[in-house]
Design a protein around this ligand. Structure first.
Ligand code: SF4
Length: 61
């Protein structure tokens, strides 16, 4: 699973609340730690679903 965050991100912090292992807010934008995604897939999906501007894109491979 690969996570990318689009420029639509408004830095609301929802993703880092839902999945603090993977997401953090840096300078009003979310960043995802690619190395932490493995094992946290469910919370990543949950974060993506709950992002108010649909800025979290998940690719499966
Ligand atoms: S939930 Fe969406 S808009 Fe909010 S900080 Fe995360 S990526 Fe950005």
């Amino acid at each position: 699973m690969h996570i990318s965050i689009s420029n639509n991100c408004i830095g609301c912090g929802a993703c880092s609340t839902i999945s603090p292992e993977v997401f953090e807010i840096y300078k009003d934008t979310a960043i995802a730690d690619a190395e932490k995604v493995y094992g946290n897939e469910e919370s990543c999906i949950d974060a993506a679903i709950n992002c108010p501007v649909n800025a979290i894109n998940i690719e499966e491979y």
